[in-house]
Design a protein around this ligand. Sequence first.
Ligand SMILES: [Zn+2]
Ligand SMILES: [Zn+2]
Length: 497
Amino acid sequence: MITRFSAAMTSDTAQRLTDHLRRADGQEDCAFVLWRPSTGATRTTALLTEVVLPQEGERIIHGTVDFTSAYFLRAAALAADYGCGLGFIHAHPHGRGWQRLNAVDHAAEGSFAAQTQVITGRPLVGLTFAGTDAGFGARIWQQQAPRSYTPTEAESVRVVGGRLMVTVNHRLLPVSPATNRQLRTVSAWGQTTQDDLARLHVGVVGCGSVGMLVVEALARTGIQNLSLFDFDTVEEVNLDRLLHATIRDVGLHRAKARIAARSARRAATATNFQATPYELSVVEPEGFAAAADCDVIFSCVDRPWPRAVLNLLAYAHLIPVVDGGIAVDARGGRLRGAEWRAHIAAPGRACMECLGQYDPANVQAERDGSLDDPAYINGLPDDHPLRRKENVFTFSTSAAAAQLNQFITMTTAPGGIADTGAHLYHLTTATLDRHEDGCETDCPYDCMLRELGDDAPVTVIGRHLAAEQARAARSREVRRWPLRVRRAVDDILHRLV
Ligand SMILES: [Zn+2]
Ligand SMILES: [Zn+2]
């Protein structure tokens, strides 16, 4: 039984629906849609894959709208053929924002929920389109008892592409009460944008030098719900670049994800703030599921396998991924240059593989453990990206800022522009290259794999030995502490979480 539900679609799909549902004569209209599930740890999302527009005579418009059983059966058969679920959307021409299900709509959708389940094997998804601002509302009709179907309202409906637009169900995701803490922020983009931003569930994958800065900025900006992923333990060599990490954290073998959650709670300006640390990699099944609960993800990792997994989440699960990276040229121990890049993987934009952010050949090398084998790494050429470890805090702040700016541009669209392409900054020339093309024509991510969700025919997750070893080493260290210390630490962590 699905208890937390949401829906998502590409901006292309949203545009097709808008063109059809927003009528010049101001009357209501409707359409069937097909959907596939994307299952997270606690939330299931219906990904709209197809709009089945009505043909001549398949619906009757008379101020409100009715559809014929022929239209329903045609769409349901199509859904069954494709292995999809069936959804039904109708317009409230004068509605704005989230549309709650009224009694008339409840009766109408309830009347074909059972048939939909029987024909497609999946529950009916009902959607409402608000004509005024092109907002969406959604619910899923699940069987409670024989012949008894009830709607579970979605928390939000997100539209992804150049811009990330989310219509939020205020009842399930209320806004934080206003305080003076965000006055300057709100004065920059207004309360409505602030409320939309605040309720995005944001994941940060990799709580290293860049990730920790991103977490700080998100918490201060007022984002209410953060999921923080890192399996690593903080070490002495991290201290020159890891915001908030102390020598004490090194001595206590703290997980980076926990340091990130701790500092996020201290920095948060939202009054109902939640930061959840995951001592996992997104390539592990539990990490992947937790990431699939997010609305948008920051990729602050430098390894090919998690990037490949995040690339799949961006296109197959419609969760935009804000990725970036730093390359320092320090041949011979002298700084010759540095570059940082920031871009967003999302439908209509170039994916991380097409941008050359990871080499698919290296994903397999990481999966089989080679990349964690010093002999393998030492066998690579000196200038191989996987060997290069040079970095300084200043470059991390630049890369974090570049990623954060991409995120803010995508969500707030300054001057109406949400997509400014992929960015590559060169330190030596102080120039910025922009890449505005989408994926290569033979790339599977933005076509074949798009919107497939759980049905994507690729296995990207697996056991991650380095992550398992890092966690095991931490618990070994902790077991060496005297019992009273362990109890005190447990107690503190318990109060924090
Ligand atoms: Zn209605
Ligand atoms: Zn691509």
